[in-house]
Design a protein. Sequence first.
Length: 104
Amino acid sequence: MSKYPISNVCPKCESAQYKTCRSEELIAFASDRICTSCGTRYVPPTPRWAGVIFIIIGLIMVAFAPFAILTRISVFNLLGVPAGLFGLLAIGFGIRALWHRGSI
């Protein structure tokens, strides 16, 4: 979760005028915004396309996990469990981004 409010417009004064600045988050699809009227920093919501991409990548990773574990190839076997876990996390984030639109 971001330490700044998530909004399409300034959450304090509702101005649509802003300047951009570098995001402090690990994953960001757009730059953070600073309102030119009141100086409030806020983050635009995660776009819908990003939520869909997270779900698709997560499904691929979850599908890869059993294959990697069942083939018992040492390199794949080591990647199977983490791939499955990261896949589930990606699916969860994608669903949250779509379900709670504007708050993630």
